[in-house]
Ligand binder design. Structure first.
Ligand SMILES: *[C@@H]1O[C@H](CO)[C@@H](O)[C@H](O)[C@H]1NC(C)=O
Ligand SMILES: *[C@@H]1O[C@H](CO)[C@@H](O)[C@H](O)[C@H]1NC(C)=O
Ligand SMILES: *[C@@H]1O[C@H](CO)[C@@H](O)[C@H](O)[C@H]1NC(C)=O
Length: 381
């Protein structure tokens, strides 16, 4: 038996090796037929909105002309990723209205954490829940597609699970939840091993369902975001640009742990291509060199009201108040979101997201330095 098995394996290995050498040499792009995304509001295309209350206007004003489940005036980085492959924008798994999952699904929800935090105010759809949803999605897609009927065409083909791009962008809310509990930076860092273990589960499980191509975003410079500056002011010190030194250090330390986890996963999952993308550096560059890149007022929320950042945590973008019996929009949008970075003090504008996408798509911020369209290729290391 053993002899037969190894004989059968030999030609397959040779073919696989030839294919990947060919791809590397000729630069063939990957043609991903679908994308499966896991994350938080940085990539939520309507999950939280569908299940826990609509994202209010003026969100969506720039591109969709109406709220579209995204915390932004327009498209997110994940939308630009989908567009770059000629794929439709991803439907949110939790959205049962008008969803079409034939080219992927989005499990991200705004406020998602990797593990359940010890305080309220975050999405219950943790990365652990997103994993359960993905496994359910995988199982039932296959079952539904094996029958005829109207739902078949709304689900991915069976072989898409192995040919898809799997994207992950999560961690920001775990760090902010730690700080919100008045943990010291050191205490937040003590939670990293638990976060990394759960993060790794997503990759391992997707791999076990055939997934081979992974695109992992680092967490951003949270210490440059208005909601953090508004809450903590100079508690952790300011750098020369006005970002929080301590909070950004926390983000970078988390990213170091994430990058090490990716290294381990590459060894454990030998057929995987796992690309770590230094989104931190891209966003930090954008915020701290705003003028140079055609943007204005990086520390002023476009949509908001009051205070030194045009941000009021208890009355965020889209909040209405009743004035003399009339409902009026209290926290509204600035005139020109296209030259602004911060949409609502927490999330980025479409213009910023597009700028970020244009940087990361090239592979210049990736480890290994592979462009997005080649993300299915392992690079000789
Ligand atoms: C689902 O989306 C695909 C790709 O955009 C499209 O070809 C198909 O017609 C859609 N199905 C339905 C029922 O809208
Ligand atoms: C969670 O919160 C409760 C109540 O505030 C506290 O007693 C407990 O120690 C906290 N647990 C952790 C792990 O911080
Ligand atoms: C954290 O500290 C602030 C200020 O001392 C306090 O108001 C808040 O209740 C504390 N939060 C928790 C979760 O202990």
């Amino acid at each position: 038996m053993t002899g037969v098995t190894s004989l059968r394996l030999v030609p397959i290995i040779v073919v696989v090796a030839l294919v990947s050498i060919h791809a590397r040499a000729s630069g063939t792009s990957c043609h991903f037929p679908a994308i499966f995304n896991f994350g938080d509001s940085n990539s939520d295309t309507g999950g939280l909105s569908a299940a826990f209350g609509s994202v209010p206007p003026p969100n969506g004003m720039t591109y969709f002309r109406a709220p579209a489940g995204r915390y932004s005036d327009g498209r997110l980085v994940i939308d630009f990723i989908a567009e770059s492959f000629g794929l439709p924008h991803l439907s949110a798994y939790l959205d049962s209205m008008e969803s079409n999952f034939s080219h992927g699904a989005n499990f991200a929800t705004a406020g998602s954490t990797i593990v359940t935090p010890n305080i309220t105010g975050y999405s219950p759809v943790t990365l652990g829940v997103q994993l359960i949803e993905f496994l359910e999605f995988h199982e039932r897609s296959r079952a539904i597609r094996s029958r005829d009927g109207i739902f078949k065409e709304l689900l991915p083909r069976n072989n898409y699970f192995s040919r898809s791009l799997y994207t992950v962008d999560i961690g920001q809310n775990d760090l902010t939840a730690g700080l919100k509990q008045n943990w010291t930076i050191k205490q937040v860092e003590a939670s990293f091993p638990q976060l990394i273990t759960q993060f790794s589960e997503i990759i391992k499980n997707a791999y076990s369902k055939g997934g081979r191509s992974f695109w992992v975003h680092s967490t951003g410079p949270i210490g440059c975001l208005i909601y953090m500056l508004d809450r903590y002011d100079d508690k952790f010190g300011f750098d020369e640009h006005g970002c929080s030194i301590g909070i950004n250090e926390l983000s970078r330390n988390y990213n170091r742990a994430l990058r090490e986890a990716v290294e381990v996963l590459r060894k454990d999952l030998p057929e995987s291509s796992i690309i770590y993308v230094d989104v931190y550096l891209v966003k930090y560059t954008l915020i701290t060199e705003a003028q140079k890149h055609g943007f204005k007022q990086p520390f002023l929320a476009c949509c908001g009201h009051g205070g030194k950042y045009n941000y009021d945590n208890s009355r965020r973008c889209g909040t209405k108040i009743t004035n003399e019996g009339k409902e009026v929009l209290y926290a509204k949008a600035c005139r020109d979101p296209s030259v602004r970075i911060s949409w609502d003090g927490i999330h980025y504008t479409e213009a910023a997201n597009k700028w970020i996408f244009n940087k990361i798509v090239t592979g210049a911020f990736s480890d290994p330095p592979i462009p997005l369209e080649m993300a299915c290729r392992k690079m000789a290391r």
